[in-house]
Design a protein around this ligand. Structure first.
Ligand code: KIV
Ligand code: ZN
Length: 511
């Protein structure tokens, strides 16, 4: 008989730790709503003690989401646990996830604690968390580089205080599948009462083994897997939720496990997360990459035409990838537009749909067909904007083969209007120089990418950038029919995010 594996999604916590992927409250809320539609069991909505913004976002998600359990992360100290509880207590199904490192490397260099101190703190943390919540998960950070016997002592302390889920993270993505399986088996064989709790695995992808290690953990007895949409997360990321869900569905005969994931929601969830975080999905990414169902070789195309299963093990429609993404045009009404927005995974208020629809009409006037990707860009641009300290009012650029590129920019900065002109190596450079001059900011541009959202010269251009300033990394996105305007919008969007982050510092302490 097939056994259920719980899906613990940490896109909003570990996923947000991808460089530049930090999200504002509204963006996190959109993702949380879609995760609930996707059918995840648990949403780790954030790390409330890390910043005031994160605490507020977790509390807002806890208030609204009803079906999934909403969990906040906390280190093993009273302040973190109190803060996590205050953030999640309004949830229908709240939970606290507390952790402490158990490897010799982490204990001596990071925590500077003795093994006994770690055992004591783990027990105390779980006891405090349990005084608030019936649902408490305990994790041994860096489990795969820990002494298994010692780790079992720490787990025992956490369980004796009432932890109901025990998580074994491969924090640095170091393990290989057999090792992960052996570790799970070791815990099952050596901790008293382990059969009464849910064992969980949380694997990072530094060696590209996060999904394989998660499956090995499941086969060895874990019944919860921690993962993120598109595999985003710290460094090389976490195990990809969509891959785990599709492996369980596609290889049912080999793996007698199932999840509650509504696989038809996978594609939209993936797009929503990449559009909001600015972390794009590589074309050859399993399950959700743009090439995942593309057949290039003639021999493959021939096979597919004869019989799909020759070269396709999954049906693209099973992950919600429609036959065609061409949906709307200039004659489409507000109702059809609103329905499409909903189908794409967004939950917008009437006023927000009105605003997005006005922009859609402008785009549709200039472009024969408006694709899903255009609609996503419109929503990112019009609705999911962070509070705008800086607003781009207008941009005029002169460029060509025989002139020095010049940009004239008009901006509103904290309510007052400014304008200025600058030269540059190209039109984008000139526009960026003018924006920097007006705002007085000096971030480093770490990434700049430009793409036509859909085919054709009339397509919306989408620009995605990453900036770094004073240790904060922020992404920015902008879309427009004119790619220079799109570039300027992306810059202003990223500057607003940097401004927001600077006003909401994260705690100095690391995980
Ligand atoms: O990777 C890790 O160890 C973590 C813990 C906080 C569970 O993210
Ligand atoms: Zn992690």
């Amino acid at each position: 008989m097939s056994e259920r594996v719980l899906i613990f999604d940490t896109t909003l916590r570990d996923g947000e730790q991808s460089p530049g992927a930090s999200m504002n409250q509204q963006e996190k809320m959109q993702i949380a709503r879609q995760l609930e539609r996707l059918g995840v069991d648990i949403i780790e909505a954030g790390f409330p003690a890390s910043s005031e913004g994160d605490r507020e976002a977790v509390a807002a998600i806890a208030k609204e989401i009803k079906k999934a359990r909403i969990v906040g992360l906390a280190r093993s100290n009273a302040l973190d646990i109190d803060t996590a509880w205050k953030a999640v207590e309004g949830a229908e199904k709240p939970g606290i996830h507390t952790f402490i490192a158990t490897s010799e490397i982490h204990m001596s260099h990071k925590l500077r604690m003795s093994p006994q101190e770690v055992i004591d703190l783990a027990g105390e943390a779980v006891r405090l968390a349990r005084s608030y919540s019936d649902w408490v998960e305990f994790s041994c950070e860096d489990a795969t580089r820990s002494d298994p016997a010692f780790m079992c002592q720490v787990i025992q302390a956490a369980m004796d205080e009432g932890a109901c889920t025990i998580n074994i993270p491969d924090t640095v993505g170091y393990a290989y599948p057999d090792e992960m399986a052996d570790l799970v088996k070791h815990v099952r064989a050596n901790v008293r009462g382990i059969e009464n709790v849910i064992l969980s695995v949380h694997c990072h992808n530094d060696l590209g083994l996060a999904v394989a290690n998660s499956l090995a953990g499941i086969r060895a007895g874990a019944r919860q897997v921690e993962c993120t949409i598109n595999g985003i997360g710290e460094r090389a990321g976490n195990a990809a939720l969509e891959e785990i869900a599709m492996i369980l569905k596609t290889r049912r005969e080999a793996l007698p496990f199932h999840s509650g994931i509504v696989t038809k929601e996978i594609f939209h969830t993936s797009r929503l997360v990449s559009s909001i975080t600015g972390v794009s999905v590589q074309p050859n990414k399993a399950v959700v990459g743009s090439n995942a169902f593309a057949h290039e070789a003639g021999i493959h195309q021939h096979g597919i035409i004869q019989e799909r299963s020759t070269y396709e093990i999954m049906d693209p429609e099973s992950i919600g990838m429609g036959k065609s993404s061409l949906v709307l045009g200039k004659h489409s009404g507000r109702h059809a537009f609103g329905e499409r927005v909903k189908a794409l995974g967004y939950t917008l208020s009437d006023g927000e749909i009105d605003r997005a629809f006005r922009r859609f009409k402008n785009v549709a006037d200039n472009k024969k067909t408006v694709f899903d990707e255009d609609i996503e860009a419109i929503i990112a641009d019009e609705i999911l904007r962070i509070a705008e300290t800086y607003k781009l009012l207008s941009l005029t650029v002169m460029s060509g083969s025989d002139v020095v590129p010049t940009a004239t920019v008009r901006m509103e900065i904290e309510g007052a209007e400014y304008h200025g002109a600058e030269l540059g190596n190209g039109p984008v450079d000139a526009a960026y120089n003018a924006i920097m001059k007006l705002t007085g900011r000096k971030p480093t541009l770490r990434r700049f990418s430009i793409s036509a959202i859909t085919g054709g010269t009339d397509a919306l251009g989408e620009v995605s950038i990453q900036l770094e300033e004073d240790g904060n990394v922020a992404h920015g996105q902008g879309s427009h029919e004119d790619i220079i305007v799109a570039s300027a919008k992306a810059m202003v969007n990223a500057l607003n995010r940097l401004h927001y982050m600077a006003g909401r510092p994260r705690t100095k302490a690391t995980l």
